[in-house]
Write a protein that binds this ligand. Sequence first.
Ligand SMILES: C[S@@+](CC[C@H](N)C(=O)[O-])C[C@H]1O[C@@H](n2cnc3c(N)ncnc32)[C@H](O)[C@@H]1O
Length: 229
Amino acid sequence: MTEPQKIDPARIKSFIRRQGRATAGQKLALESHWDKYCLSPQANFDAEQAFGRQAPLIVEIGFGNGDSLAAMAEANPDLNYLGIEVHRPGVGHLMMLLEQRGINNVRIYHHDAIEILEQKIADYSLAGVHLFFPDPWQKRRHHKRRIVRPSFVELLNKKLQTGGYFHAATDWEHYAHDMLGILSAGAGLQNSSLSNDFCERPTYRPLTKFENRGLGLGHGVWDLIFRKV
Ligand SMILES: C[S@@+](CC[C@H](N)C(=O)[O-])C[C@H]1O[C@@H](n2cnc3c(N)ncnc32)[C@H](O)[C@@H]1O
């Protein structure tokens, strides 16, 4: 009898590809600007080549429609931003914003962020990683899909440079406490809050689409910032 195949929990995807249709504007952006902003997951990643300059690199995982990523990049022209998103219309939306507002410090991977971090990003190279309002996977049997899990914290620890930070925010209380526990237990990262708890929303983080949705439903918001020591 053959052994049932075990699924490595680290390989369970944090997303299911949504079938949402791109709007006409997003479609146009996807057709016209792909080569300008999107990087190939098949090629090596060279930050200096991708951005045409050296600057601290911030990764945003799951930027959704990219409103908040575009706002942060516009407000911080001295930083390079790498957005990673699996939802194609969202990639189109972000490129539309970048084009309309002449924002030059953002590049995009349309791919699974875990694979990009593991396979493309050099160790100890990131100044920051943002994860804003990740899919909460509310049902207990789906918790294994949550992107913040011990293997993710190990990956962060490997990719962040010393002094680099991980910033997560969520409007789901259970996920907030889950993340706090997992991050606090992981080696190498230290809670930036003196009380080892959640922190105030830093002014650099704009309100996001999913945050607004959560606030509309009466949810609270929890921010967490951990630094690589
Ligand atoms: C709930 S939405 C939040 C979007 C945005 N950050 C916001 O606050 O409005 C989560 C997003 O993460 C993306 N996502 C989930 N897992 C991902 C992964 N492993 N790699 C890239 N994107 C991912 C989903 O496609 C989705 O757009």
